[in-house]
Design a protein around this ligand. Structure first.
Ligand SMILES: NC(=O)C1=CN([C@@H]2O[C@H](COP(=O)(O)OP(=O)(O)OC[C@H]3O[C@@H](n4cnc5c(N)ncnc54)[C@H](OP(=O)(O)O)[C@@H]3O)[C@@H](O)[C@H]2O)C=CC1
Ligand SMILES: CC(=O)C(=O)O
Ligand SMILES: [Mg+2]
Length: 761
């Protein structure tokens, strides 16, 4: 298990190296005198003049549109209280980091040395020209209410007090989902709220607007219960003052359905949780220490749905799930405010996202095997990359529908693409393949369906409409595994090739197979016997057209999986060999690499065949292959036989397909460096071309390259895509992730769509 973090870890994290955790980085070239004259005087005067003519141009020529101020006076920093503006700065810098990494929004954190509402408002108002939005943070109540209200009236940019509305949005999404799980109605549940400050008041208001009944709510602050007999209540508190005679928190919690803590740590005891109604919902959201520790609450009530504001337990109900995406959506339509409609849109987008299958990358990030909607997962995880593309568009759309957007979005697909690019998730090729697969989903056999990753991938492809899975394996085992992991099998086909029901089919497949292989090493008995093996049986399903593609190999070595495929299905009529290709997702686009998995030391003729196979596959993705045939030598710079072999292979390729853009032998660096190419090898076909396909001289080089790109450079690698087979069979690498299996299914389906065009369909 990972070591627990301690105080020193936190201090070192902030102090070591450059103090703090943020810096400002230029976004334009600043290397030369030329650049500097543009960035600053004299060039900078031009955008100044344009903005002076029309102030809206500030969004065109400056960072304003993507710049948010996180502003605090340090009076309610987390649950630490009024610790002052400087002491609050690490939190504000932290928020800046979260804005950037989750939504690519730039932030200046601003800590103000004032507790005076007028002064605060005046200062922030004066800063409006700089920022596209204002996130107020950790300002204590009641001042925060007046500050936000006045700024909302007086500014024309979106403004949100995160502790109020961020918290209200996230906890409302969590509440809706928790209630759904325990099958209780929001208008009937008893809700006890500890804390009546910024966060608590915004939460209670939003819960009521979602249907909670004021009569069923009891609130407490430092001085006890907020009831109608209490003197000097503010108007806001009066609205939620209870008529009940309860005075103590412990009393109020007896039989309560929901506890919401937005106060301070450790004020709730296990006995209080024990006294709550069946399936109690507990949101202990005080930071850094919740009102009751996660483990204590769970130990006292096994039926509890327990949430905290912390990241080290399940169900983190924290406003980090909201502010980056709410501001992203608001900035992108240049909303003049963040209104109720936008907040509700965020609530529903978050609540819905929690019910979708969880991507592998999220399980990986949280060291979970299989997160799924249930008591331990009622709300998305903060590291879920889908948050941006789900919440921001919902908020932007609500801004448009409610009439506060100044710059409407018209192409939502393009917008989502831009959002994904912001996170460096530009997986365009796979989106294209995914869309293509979904247009005509095919039956895909999963030969290792009793493996959790395979089973999860089969669920994802079914849910996403990519394929109709056929699961091979022991039915009971598969069903048990699915049940243990919350995987719905619905009407998914499960076939156990070893079962008695399949004996007739085994016999039939065995006979067909024997006809194919009788003079190639299989006797009749063996041909029938191998049909008990899932890879043979699965391949026969594909061969006979009962299925369209097969995915296997996650748990067995490559040769053991490829052999049945070659025996049963075989190669394309014109292919002389099969080859393996990897696709690497880089920021410059996809890179296709071959051969990475099948042919060890090809001859020039064989290397040419591999190149043609890869080129053909790249074209299948509607991409023009621009091929570099790699070596340690460029255009004869080394006269070794190895280098010459590549040059000869290139000649053969050119003879067979003169239209292909292909050159070599060439060193990898040269293939990507247009300047050197222009100076030294201006004759090259690769001049002016962005190389997207790399052919390696042998398997060792190809295999090492993709592994390095994946592990050291951190690129997503998808493959190996098996080329040259008559029908789509794809063999996974040992240990592939669920996402990479899903990607392989996408490829298999698209492959099946192509291969069947002249045949079955
Ligand atoms: N998980 C999340 O996303 C978020 C969590 N929070 C947490 O919520 C808490 C409150 O934050 P915020 O609303 O901004 O701060 P405020 O200062 O505005 O409010 C604090 C509230 O807690 C009350 N309180 C303090 N001690 C007790 C106690 N022993 N029993 C009952 N009530 C008490 C205060 O009472 P009084 O009014 O009498 O002083 C006040 O009403 C913090 O711990 C913060 O970390 C906040 C925002 C987001
Ligand atoms: C999460 C947060 O904003 C707080 O605890 O104040
Ligand atoms: Mg806060």
């Amino acid at each position: 298990m990972a070591r627990k973090q301690n105080k020193q870890d936190a201090l070192d994290y902030h102090a070591l190296g450059r103090p703090g955790k943020i810096e400002v980085i230029p976004t334009k070239n600043t290397k030369t005198q030329w650049d500097l004259s543009l960035a600053y005087s004299p060039g900078v005067a031009e955008p100044c003049k344009e903005i002076a003519k029309d102030v809206e141009n500030v969004y065109k020529y400056t960072a304003k549109g993507n710049l948010v101020a996180v502003i605090s006076n340090g009076t309610a920093v987390l649950g630490l209280g009024d610790i002052g503006p400087e002491a609050g700065k690490p939190v504000m810098e932290g928020k800046a980091v979260l804005f950037k990494i989750f939504a690519d929004i730039d932030v200046f954190d601003i800590e103000l040395n004032t507790k005076n509402v007028d002064e605060f408002v005046q200062v922030v108002k004066a800063m409006e020209p700089t920022f596209g939005g204002i996130n107020l943070e950790d300002i204590k109540s009641p001042e925060c209410f007046a500050i936000e209200e006045r700024l909302k009236k007086e500014l024309r940019i979106p403004i949100m007090h995160d502790d109020q509305h961020g918290t209200a949005i996230i906890s409302s999404a969590a509440l809706l989902n928790a209630l759904e799980l325990v099958k209780k109605d929001i208008d009937k549940v008893n809700i006890v709220i500890n804390g009546a400050g910024a966060a608590a008041m915004a939460c209670v208001k939003l819960y009521v607007s979602l249907g909670a009944n004021k009569e069923n709510i009891i609130m407490f602050d430092k001085d006890g219960v907020i009831n109608t007999t209490r003197p000097n209540l503010s108007d806001m508190h009066k609205q939620f003052a209870t008529t009940s005679t309860v005075t103590e928190l412990a009393e109020a919690l007896k039989g309560a359905d929901v506890f919401v803590g937005l106060s301070v740590g450790n004020v709730v005891t296990p006995n209080m949780i024990k006294s709550m109604a069946d399936n109690p919902i507990v949101f202990a959201m005080a930071n850094p220490d919740p009102e009751i520790a996660y483990d204590l609450a769970v130990a006292s009530r096994p039926d509890v749905i327990m949430c905290t504001g912390r990241s080290d337990h399940p169900n983190q109900v924290n406003n980090v799930l909201g502010f980056p995406y709410i501001f992203r959506g608001a900035l992108d339509v240049r909303a003049t405010q963040i209104n109720e409609e936008m907040k509700l849109a965020a609530v529903h987008a978050l609540a819905e996202l929690a019910k979708e299958s969880v991507p592998d990358i999220v399980n990986l990030a949280y060291n979970e095997r299989n997160l799924f909607f249930g008591p331990r997962y009622i709300i998305p995880k903060p590291l879920d990359p889908r948050l941006l593309s789900h919440v921001a568009p919902a908020v932007a759309k609500a801004a448009m529908d409610s009439g506060v957007a100044q710059q409407p979005i018209t192409d939502w697909d393009a917008y989502v693409e831009v959002l994904n690019k912001r996170l460096g998730l530009d997986n365009q090729l796979f989106r294209v393949i995914g869309t293509k697969a979904r247009q005509d989903p095919r039956k895909v056999v999963f030969a290792e369906a009793d493996n959790l990753k395979v089973l999860k991938a089969s669920q994802v492809v079914r849910e996403e409409g990519i394929a109709y899975p056929i699961l091979l394996g022991n039915e009971l085992r598969i069903r048990n595994l699915a049940a243990e992991n919350g995987i719905e099998l619905d009407d998914t086909v499960i076939i156990d090739p070893k079962s008695d029901e399949m004996s007739e089919k085994r016999h039939h497949f065995g006979e067909l197979f024997f006809k194919k292989r009788q003079r190639k090493g299989f006797n009749q008995y063996e041909a029938k016997k191998v049909m008990r093996e899932r890879n043979y049986f699965g391949c026969m399903l594909v061969e006979t057209g009962e299925a369209d593609a097969l995915i296997s190999g996650l748990t067995r070595n490559y040769p053991d999986t490829i052999r049945p495929a070659l025996h049963v299905i075989g190669m394309e009529p014109n292919a002389k060999r099969v080859a393996g290709m990897y696709i690497i997702n880089t920021k410059r686009g996809p890179l296709f690499l071959g051969d990475t998995t099948v042919n060890f030391n090809p001859t020039a003729e064989e290397l040419a065949e591999i190149t043609l196979l890869v080129a053909n596959e790249v074209r299948q993705f509607n991409i023009t292959p621009r091929i570099a045939m790699l070596s340690y030598s460029s255009f004869g710079s080394s006269g070794t036989a190895e280098a010459q072999l590549v040059a000869k292979a290139r000649d053969i390729v050119k003879q067979k397909d003169p239209t292909l853009i292909v050159d070599g032998e060439i060193q990898a660096a040269m293939a990507f460096n247009q300047e050197i190419l222009k100076d030294s090898y201006p004759f090259s076909e690769l001049l002016g071309q962005e190389v997207n396909t790399l052919i390696f001289p042998n398997l060792a080089a190809g295999n090492i390259a993709y592994n390095l790109l994946q592990e050291v450079a951190g690129f997503d690698a998808i493959g190996p895509v098996l080329l040259g087979m008559k029908k789509p069979v794809h063999i996974l690498q040992l240990g592939s992730t669920v996402r990479s299996i899903v990607n392989m299914v996408n490829i298999a389906v698209v492959d099946a769509q192509h291969k069947c065009c002249d045949g079955k369909k």
